[in-house]
Design a protein around this ligand. Structure first.
Ligand code: HEC
Ligand code: HEC
Ligand code: HEC
Length: 456
């Protein structure tokens, strides 16, 4: 018995020592992966372009607030996190930060005093940024961004999440080496694919939403050699769809249509909503043509069943929207039944009365105006928050330089009961071969009470 007590005591001492080491040993910042000359000058405009591609504004700007002045609330399972002011204001922003401090925030996930940042700041992805991009962005933030005095509320998560040293353990388990290297030889040997990989994995941090999370809440895959990379994630009750499977958009749409979706926010099949609207509005619409082509090429190349075929399986419909010819040509049971309008179920009736005028009996809408609901990722998504949200509160396409007009779908929260919305959504998920499961009135009630924040 005595030995046991002694062993336990020794273990406790070792445990406490390890804990003390985790808490008190100073944070080690990584060193630059590439040496830049002290007088290196970023090409004009590069810092601003990189900040846009990395979409710093999406999180660091409050709705209606000054750019980068912080204060946006990021809901996390642990509680609300407020984004800091990253304008060069010396008191409330990052005006006193050195290049090394700025780099450490992006690469090591620590602030200027080496406190760990919550991974809500996507340093898991930014860690692999090139030194030239970091430097260019630093110069942009210090010299071109307007300093704004804005004292942001302190984030106060409940215990134990307020113990920031715990993040250190997470970092040890999660983070790889800084710097970027294409993971597969196929990508490494192709300049365009390499650029696409860098844009998707690092600057665009697409995986932070589109990759599922593992047990430690880290992204379950960071590049094309990981099976789960970009196979679909969840953000605030919405599904961020799979981007690699045989039925995914990059595998089904033509290269041009994928490019339109990413840069204009709409295409022949779909339109952006929720967090993806923000990504297009603040970031992707500003992509250079060369970068957009690289991103599209990379996304099409990394399908789990191999690269997308040159000829898109889901072709753009050339027949004018809603014409008798098109509806007549549709041979699926849903369209036939809606057209006949005999013995309609409640869900079908609600669709005809409220939605058919824009999305049509064949559910295929009109290219770039009304998204197709047949095979639409938001309709068939595992997480039904996005679909319910859209029916209750509507959605608006962003204004982009390619497509400036903001087209809006009205909300139906006033007109339809929870039960109506559930019946309608259940109909949509089963219509036109969509084949997804039902929605309950309880799920609608929940969305009505606490709307998933996206899109308004
Ligand atoms: C997905 C949301 C998100 C994006 C995108 C994002 N950040 Fe952050 N960032 C955060 C959050 C949240 C924090 C605060 C984390 C905390 O409180 O520990 C933060 C913290 C920071 C900090 C530390 C500031 C301080 O005062 O401690 C800096 C610097 C920073 N971000 C810069 C950037 C830059 C530059 C970009 C673009 C390259 C960027 N962030 C993109 C969410 C984001
Ligand atoms: C902040 C989270 C977030 C980020 C970052 C993000 N997405 Fe999305 N994405 C979403 C959500 C949510 C949807 C679903 C939108 C909807 O329901 O209308 C979506 C939809 C899409 C779609 C349409 C898929 C389909 O089947 O209809 C594509 C393609 C896409 N994203 C590509 C990207 C790429 C490429 C990046 C990185 C450059 C990216 N996304 C970054 C959240 C995100
Ligand atoms: C006045 C025309 C109009 C009506 C009526 C209408 N919609 Fe829409 N709908 C739109 C437009 C425009 C969009 C594109 C908005 C966006 O995604 O930004 C859209 C988008 C959608 C989306 C896709 C959202 C996404 O994230 O991809 C769904 C689902 C949808 N509508 C369902 C419905 C349902 C169900 C009804 C009937 C209750 C309906 N719509 C009625 C115009 C309409």
């Amino acid at each position: 018995m005595k030995t046991l007590v002694r062993i336990v005591a020794v273990l406790i001492v070792i445990g406490l020592a390890a804990l003390a080491a985790i808490i008190f040993v100073p944070v080690q910042r990584t060193g630059p992966t590439e040496k830049l000359a002290a007088d290196w000058q970023a090409p004009a405009g590069l810092g601003k372009y990189d900040a846009r591609m990395a979409d710093c504004a999406a999180c660091h700007t409050e709705p209606g607030g000054k750019p980068f002045a912080g204060g946006r609330t990021i809901a996390s399972p642990m509680g609300d996190i407020y984004t800091p002011n990253i304008t060069p204001d010396k008191e409330t922003g990052i005006g006193t930060w050195s290049l090394a401090d700025f780099r450490a925030a992006l690469v090591d996930g620590v602030d200027d005093e080496d406190h760990h940042l919550y991974p809500a700041m996507p340093y898991e992805n930014y860690r692999h940024m090139s030194e030239t991009d970091i430097r260019a962005m630093y110069d942009y933030f210090m010299h071109d961004v307007e300093p704004v005095k804005n004292q942001v509320a302190e984030t106060e998560l409940p215990f134990p999440f307020n113990q920031r040293w715990g993040i250190r353990l997470w970092n040890w388990v999660t983070l790889g080496n800084p710097g970027f290297k294409p993971a597969s030889t196929k990508v490494a040997n192709d300049e365009q694919l390499s650029r696409g990989a860098y844009l998707v994995q690092v600057l665009g941090h697409c995986g932070s939403c589109h990759t599922p999370r593992n047990l430690t809440m880290a992204q379950a895959g960071t590049n094309e050699t990981d099976a789960k990379f970009l196979t679909g994630g969840e953000i605030g009750g919405w599904s961020a769809p799979d981007l690699r499977g045989p039925k995914s958009a990059p595998q089904q749409w033509s290269a041009d249509e994928l490019k339109m979706y990413l840069t204009a926010g709409r295409n022949a099949h779909s339109a952006v909503a929720g967090e993806m609207k923000l990504a297009v509005e603040e970031s992707l619409q500003y992509m250079s043509d060369e970068d957009a082509n690289a991103m599209v090429a990379y996304l099409r190349a990394i399908g789990t069943n191999g690269p997308a075929p040159a000829e898109a399986p889901m072709k753009r419909d050339e027949t004018p929207a809603g014409t008798v010819a098109r509806i007549d040509a549709a041979d699926d049971p849903t369209t036939t039944k809606l057209k006949k309008a005999v013995d309609l179920t409640d869900g079908e009736r609600l669709y005809v009365d409220n939605c058919g005028a824009c999305h049509f009996a064949d559910g295929r809408g009109a290219p770039e105006v009304f998204p197709s609901l047949k095979g639409n990722a938001a309709v068939v998504a595992k997480e039904t928050g996005g679909l319910i949200h859209t029916i209750l509160y509507g959605a608006e396409m962003p204004s982009t330089s390619k497509r400036p007009m903001k087209l809006r779908m009205p909300g139906f929260a006033q007109r339809l009961s929870d039960d109506d919305v559930a019946k309608l959504a259940t109909f949509l998920r089963g219509a036109w071969g969509n084949g997804a499961g039902p929605v309950t009135a309880d799920q609608v009630a929940k969305e009505r009470k606490t709307p998933t924040e996206a899109s308004h």
